[in-house]
Design a protein around this ligand. Structure first.
Ligand code: SAM
Length: 455
């Protein structure tokens, strides 16, 4: 007999394009989480976990009713299947919310479906039977409320458009990458590496990738798609992710949403950084700073397009005013980042932060998003360097609040800011008390500690 546990999808997903799309995002997130795990196995039409009773996830979401296994017995215990159920269930929850129903017989909880129906559904995983329908607002079921739809945007190709009023800080999307790519020595090498990755992907995901826009068609079509669409996995990261939906979001120099890579969860999130009206296009930024002419050259060279956003389309006098603000922002940013100035001119550095926040508000319609989170963090660091914990705490609180709007409370940076707001001195990793040096060490070993030679 034994004890079973798992989660059910109630109500089951439909075959609509939106449900299919959401399921593909979920499958991509599971793959990102387990890609290096020996127990994770990709079959032609489903994912198999070699743990417990081998719970499975089909690539066709409408077939899925239950993910479960016996959790009692030595096989279940040694394979850690219960943890897999919890983790996969958590990822499912982040995509499907309360539709995912956990149950555990140890707690006298039972799934919503009978075993006969569940077994039938699992058998059906083997044979694919897919439908192709375009994504529209109407195709999303009521239990899965629609926030956006993908539409043609004049002059920009496809884009993401709000289907209801979206409030500031709302998570619009949470998505695992279809694939990630790293720069190679040559484009030919990147093309080969992408070809190998694509071959290993299930057909629906391959199709998603190939359907993305390509501004660089020709000899290297896969790298062209990556170049046009990839978003860096974290600021300054050399690894970039390609996403089925996030890559349909167009750029604006004054965006209303923020994209952020969560390294712990292996997914990208999109949050509204200001209130977005029903029918308004949702935009992120591919690049923030610089004068408009520099931005345009950057977009042309790097992504192969000319920006037609509301800022770049301003009449010349207003565009000059925007450029003037951006030039001032760059000067202040540079001055604030100067470590010597940070140490020697505390007052000036803090005033620069204040002025920068005012200009950001003006340039970004009072919603500068992550840019203001960064300035508050800079102000926090300036205060911490000078032992001013009272101000440091308030700056960390503000940085945290801004981060939560852009990335949610679960992002690593939001969590870090939360910690600094609670314990500002936690920022100082080198903090010691005068008696915490090791004792009785001979000079060479003491020097290893003293000069941090092993770090
Ligand atoms: C990541 S894709 C975004 C989705 C794309 N519009 C599509 O149809 O799949 C980036 C491409 O969208 C277009 N695009 C994005 N933002 C734009 C903007 N502000 N102005 C003009 N074109 C833009 C450009 O062709 C750009 O190379």
């Amino acid at each position: 007999m034994g004890i079973d546990a798992g989660f059910d999808m109630d109500p089951p997903l439909s075959k609509s394009a939106i449900d299919r799309h959401d399921w593909e995002q979920f499958i991509a997130a599971v793959k990102a989480r387990y890609k290096d795990d020996d127990q994770f196995e990709i079959k032609s039409n489903y994912i198999n976990f070699r743990a417990g009773e081998h719970p499975k996830l089909p690539f066709e979401g409408h077939k899925f009713l239950r993910f479960s296994s016996k959790i009692s017995g030595s096989n279940a215990r040694t394979s850690g299947v219960e943890q897999i159920i919890v983790t996969v269930g958590r990822i499912a929850r982040s995509h499907f919310g309360s539709r995912v129903k956990y149950w555990n017989e140890a707690a006298n909880e039972y799934g919503v479906y009978g075993w006969e129906k569940v077994d039938e559904s699992i058998i059906s995983y083997i044979q694919p039977d897919e439908l192709e329908t375009p994504i529209t607002a109407e195709s999303r079921s009521d239990s899965n409320p629609v926030l956006f739809e993908i539409k043609d945007i004049p002059g920009k190709g496809r884009g993401m458009v709000a289907c209801c009023d979206i409030s500031k800080g709302k998570r619009i999307l949470c998505e695992g990458p279809l694939l990630t790519a790293t720069p190679m020595f040559s484009q030919a090498e990147l093309e080969v590496s992408l070809g190998t990755k694509l071959k290993g992907m299930p057909k629906p995901l391959q199709r998603q990738f190939l359907s993305l826009h390509n501004n660089f068609p020709g000899k290297f079509p896969f790298s062209g798609i990556v170049k046009t669409n990839a978003l860096p996995c974290g600021s300054g990261s050399k690894i970039a992710g390609v996403y089925a939906t996030a890559c349909l979001i167009n750029h604006s120099c004054v965006p209303n949403a923020h994209n952020s890579w969560n390294d712990l969860e292996g997914h990208e999130t999109i949050h509204a950084t200001r209130n977005v009206n029903n029918g308004e296009e949702i935009t992120i930024t591919y690049e923030h700073g610089r004068l408009s002419s520099d931005r345009q050259s950057f977009f042309r060279e790097t992504f192969g397009f000319t920006c037609t956003c509301s800022t770049c389309s301003l009449p010349p006098s207003l565009l000059r005013a925007s450029d003037k603000r951006r030039a001032h922002m760059e000067r202040l940013d540079k001055a604030i980042g100067d470590p010597a100035r940070m140490v020697n001119s505390l007052g000036k550095s803090l005033r620069d932060c204040y002025v920068l926040l005012q200009i950001l508000d003006k340039e970004f319609d009072s919603c500068p998003g992550a840019l203001s989170a960064r300035v508050y963090y800079d102000a926090f660091q300036i205060c911490i360097v000078h032992g001013d914990q009272a101000r440091a705490r308030i700056f960390a609180e503000r940085a945290h609040k801004k981060r939560v709007i852009c990335e949610g409370d679960d992002s690593p940076s939001s969590q870090r800011m939360k910690l600094f707001a609670l314990i500002p001195s936690a920022h100082n990793k080198w903090r010691t008390t005068k008696d915490s040096a090791p004792i009785n060490l001979e000079t060479t070993t003491l020097d290893v500690w003293l000069f941090r030679l092993k770090e």
